[in-house]
Design a protein around this ligand. Structure first.
Ligand code: RUB
Length: 413
């Protein structure tokens, strides 16, 4: 039987952005780049490793991916929008097209999904953040200044009462946000029900004293339980929930964001992302991950510390920041969260990079303050105030004791 050899290279064709999902891949291979690119487009659409008798011209023309650009090690592949499921598919099916089998192709050494752009017919299937950066600011009554948060430390081991006390002290020191750490969900030493209720009491107490604050309760759990757990923590008084997008999946974020019974913002952590994003030649970039989180409805997302803190991801942090706030997106903006080894002496530099629409967050940088959590919170807020006013942190510290103590301990970066 005759088998036609189809070519997936359409290098001089300009693709209609409304008809395709366009991906940019970085490819490391010993093969000629055209062959590698063609293998990717074939594997991820109508082809396989050999010619097949069942591939007809009309199927190839309509559903075959196109390699539309090759520049150095960057390859652009355009997937016809029709290759994607309507409504029921969601992110899992999208990922298996744009970031699926191709990562296992033996002939390609390393591969990285650098960016992805969706046509409006796919964007329309997602509602994006329900609150986003603006909604969070509205809840907190803080229209302009950066939000300032803490991660309750130690990560694990505190009781519900200890956690609630920490949150109260952090709020009394001026913080707008706090959150559970990514490894704390529902351990025996800190049951989620008791913790959520105790923290809600602290937040109510702060509110009565005139201070608004939210705490993100970590509900990261199996897909069969996550909505139920979100509803429960809400009924126990949670004002924000937290979910780990890489361990729980993008579909979990989407399910939470689209469920009408969930009425609180979603803080998206990204634990385990380093396994996927860290190698500059392999994996999936934070830019692509951020675009998907925004599409799925995350209201706040960890983006790294923009070249300043302990977990910086280089250019990926800046790309992620831009994708959170990008005005060209049809969705509400996501609040970018800078976190990881943050302390007051680095806040100025970080805000220079991020601008004011950001949540700055410190665990050790609050709980490690020599004066305790309340002083640590004050030190962080004073550092943010200094950056907001455009005053150098050293000058601001002259008449702000907690900031001065923090600078004495950790220095200025
Ligand atoms: C930071 C912390 C967060 C990290 C995650 O604690 O617990 O989980 O920010 O990293 P500390 P990223 O302030 O004590 O370092 O934000 O890069 O995903």
């Amino acid at each position: 039987m005759m088998m036609k050899d189809y070519s997936y290279l359409h290098l001089d064709e300009s693709t209609d952005p409304e008809g395709y999902v366009v991906c940019e891949y970085r490819v490391t291979t010993d093969m000629p780049m055209e062959n590698a690119a063609s293998a990717i487009a074939a594997e991820q659409s109508t082809g396989t490793w050999t010619g097949i008798s069942t591939l007809r011209d009309d199927v190839f023309e309509r559903y075959g991916a196109r390699v539309t650009r090759i520049e150095g090690d960057l390859v652009e592949v355009a997937y016809p929008a029709e290759d994607f499921s309507i409504d029921v598919g969601g992110v899992p099916q999208i990922l298996s097209v744009i970031a699926g089998n191709l990562f296992g192709l033996e002939s390609i050494g390393k591969l990285r999904l650098e960016d992805v752009r969706f046509p409006s017919c796919i964007q329309e299937q997602f509602s994006g953040p329900r609150f986003g950066a603006e909604g969070l600011r509205r809840i907190l009554g803080r229209p302009e200044k950066p939000l300032v948060g803490t991660i309750v430390k130690p990560k694990i081991g505190l009781s519900p009462e200890d956690t609630a006390e920490y949150v109260y002290e952090a709020g009394a020191g001026g913080l707008t946000n706090s959150k559970d750490d990514e490894t704390l969900v529902d351990q025996r030493f800190c049951p989620i029900e008791d913790r959520t209720k105790a923290v809600a009491e602290s937040l109510d107490r702060l509110k009565e004293e005139g201070h608004r604050m939210v705490h993100a309760v970590n509900i990261s759990t199996g897909g069969h339980r996550i909505l139920e757990l979100a509803e429960k923590v809400q009924s126990w008084g949670a004002k924000q929930i937290m979910v780990d997008v890489i361990t729980c999946g993008f579909a979990a974020v989407q399910a939470l964001a689209e469920d009408p019974s969930i009425k609180v913002p979603i803080h998206v952590h990204r634990t385990m992302h380093g396994a996927i994003t860290r190698d500059p030649l392999h994996g999936i970039s934070m830019l692509a991950i951020t675009r998907l989180v925004r599409m799925c409805g995350g209201d706040a997302l960890h983006i790294g510390t923009l070249g300043v803190g302990k977990m910086s991801g280089g250019k990926g942090d800046h790309d992620s920041l831009e994708a959170c706030l990008d005005g060209g997106s049809p969705y509400a903006t996501v609040m970018p969260v800078c976190s990881g080894g943050v302390y007051p002496g680095m806040v100025g530099r970080m805000i220079e990079e991020s601008g004011m629409n950001v949540q700055i967050q410190a665990g050790g940088g609050v709980a490690g303050h020599p004066g305790g959590v309340r002083s640590g919170a004050r030190g962080m807020c004073q550092a943010v105030d200094a950056a907001f006013l455009g005053v150098h942190v050293r000058d601001y510290a002259e008449d702000h004791r907690e900031l001065r103590e923090a600078l004495d301990k950790w220095g200025i970066k």
